[in-house]
Design a protein around this ligand. Structure first.
Ligand SMILES: Cc1ncc(COP(=O)(O)O)c(C=O)c1O
Length: 484
């Protein structure tokens, strides 16, 4: 008996119903999900239902129990994670892709827009025009893809095809302790092992020390290890520091080592004229990553990798032959496909075959506000971090831990009556979290535990910087008054 009751032709009507709940959520007046945890976990748990309740009831349950207990990340005052909520266009373009192009593959406007969006990102951020781009699920995968190509290229130079034969040599990947932990994981996943990571010391501004890198490379020359990549940050996650790209890139060239720039968070910073000079070494990169789901206002699930040597990329990730789509390898990693409708085969440049259309979303975001709009957002957020820094320098009970480079400012509350400043700032942070309006994260700058807002969301506006600073001072003052 046919008992399939999923609705497939009432989208507009059902969207109308869900939109009411989403609009309410976006007023951000609901309490933090943790506060009602017992109520929604019990409403949303239970055994698998034998019978369905129908689409309208599911939407009603979403409206009552799911959406109001969603993520804090969507809030305009949330400055903790380096992802943000999608703008309206990000949500709408996602829906358009889901409905009209469930896959990025095949000759469609969506497959075409993968390429257009990659080209626009490259133009907008001043990347070399000959780099091959590919979208993936975010910075973790984007870094994996870049480092996969790096590994392929390094082994190619010693006459080995690592994609075919595996890692048969001890490898070295150079980075700092400020590199994102997804770099270490990528190196492990790529079979080189986390111990392949070589930690290069930082300078006083928490950037890779070029001198220390030079010294390490000299020492390692005596070893029988294969240098695979030098990895730098164009905007570190902890502090927003940008490693000296030009200087490190030149060292990488001199030693013939792949130069990978992790710009997952910070690459868009190049649009800010006040810091664009820091991005000069971009032209030396062999691979660069950027996340659209960070500063650009895309929904989560969109990162991009750009690679200079597209053969190395293809040789690493090509899917190979497949009978069911009659794919045949014709030359090196080039694949001929008898279905002339695959469009550009992005699945040969990364780790996903089935994948959503991400380019159309990035295209729509840029089409809506242009490079000017993106620049305005980036400049606003960087300026907000500078404003917080100024306040921290001048207020008697605040201290700036590090001059901001981009939209992250590391500062802390100080008071002569406090003998454990790290503990005090941890308490301040916990109260901010509990209140749930201004929600920064924390980090360490040296041995200082600091408050760390990262201004990034499209909804995060000028007053959110002041609001945060004022709340930190208020909570800090109250805690000190209690000590007395
Ligand atoms: C510099 C950097 N690289 C990589 C990542 C990982 O990105 P994702 O969370 O999109 O996987 C992050 C995340 O914040 C990041 O800041």
């Amino acid at each position: 008996m046919h008992n399939e009751q999923a609705t497939c032709d009432h989208l507009a009507e059902l969207l109308g119903q869900i939109t009411t709940h989403l609009e309410k959520f976006q007023r951000f007046e609901h309490p933090d999900a943790v506060e009602n945890i017992d109520s929604w976990t019990s409403a949303l748990s239970g055994p698998v239902p034998e019978k369905g309740i129908g689409a309208e009831q599911v939407i009603a349950e979403m409206g009552e129990h799911v959406i109001p207990n969603g993520s804090q990340i969507s809030k305009p005052g949330c400055t903790s994670y380096i992802t943000s909520a999608a703008t309206d266009m990000g949500s709408i373009a996602t829906l358009a892709g889901i409905v009209a192009s469930p896959q990025r593959i095949s000759v469609t406007a969506f497959n075409h827009l993968e390429g257009v969006a990659l080209q626009w990102l490259a133009e907008m951020f001043g990347l070399p025009s000959n780099m091959q781009g590919v979208f993936s699920s975010g910075g973790s995968t984007a870094n994996l893809i870049g480092l996969g190509a790096a590994r392929q290229s390094a082994f190619q130079q010693i006459g080995k095809d690592v994609a075919a034969d595996g890692v048969q040599r001890v490898c070295r990947v150079y980075a700092t302790e400020q590199s994102h932990h997804t770099i270490h994981r990528s190196v492990a996943v790529l079979g080189m092992g986390r111990n392949a990571m070589v930690n290069i010391p930082l300078d006083d501004n928490m950037r890779m020390s070029a001198d220390a890198l030079r010294k390490q490379l000299l020492i390692d020359k005596a070893l029988d290890a294969l240098p695979v990549a030098i990895v730098v940050n164009a905007g570190s996650t902890n502090t927003g520091a940008i490693d000296p790209l030009q200087e490190i890139g030149e060292i990488a060239r001199e030693h013939n080592i792949w130069f990978h720039i992790d710009g997952a968070y910070g690459l868009p910073g190049t649009l800010d004229p006040q810091v664009e000079d820091l991005y000069k070494g971009l032209a030396l990169a062999d691979s660069i990553t950027v996340d659209a789901h960070k500063w650009l206002g895309a929904p989560v699930g969109i990162g991009a990798t750009f690679v200079r040597d597209d053969k190395a990329l293809r040789n690493t990730f090509t899917q190979g032959e497949a009978d069911y789509i009659e794919a045949t390898i014709v030359d090196d990693a080039d694949v001929e496909n008898s279905m002339d409708s695959v469009g550009f085969p992005y699945h040969d440049l990364g780790v996903e075959l089935s994948a959503p259309t991400r380019g159309a979303i990035v295209w729509a975001l840029i089409r809506e506000i242009g490079v000017d709009g993106m620049r305005a957002r980036i400049c606003r957020h960087n300026e907000m971090a500078r404003q917080v820094a100024e306040q921290a320098k001048h207020h008697p009970n605040l201290e700036l831990a590090l001059e901001p480079t981009l939209s992250i400012c590391c500062f802390r509350y100080v008071h002569e009556k406090a003998d454990d400043l790290n503990g005090l700032n941890k308490q301040i942070h916990r109260q901010l979290m509990k209140h749930g309006v201004n929600i920064p994260s924390t980090t360490m700058v040296g041995d200082k535990f600091v408050i760390r807002p990262c201004f990034l969301g499209a909804r995060t506006d000028w007053h959110h910087a002041d609001d945060l600073v004022n709340e930190v001072i208020k909570i800090g003052d109250a805690l000190i008054a209690d000590v007395r």
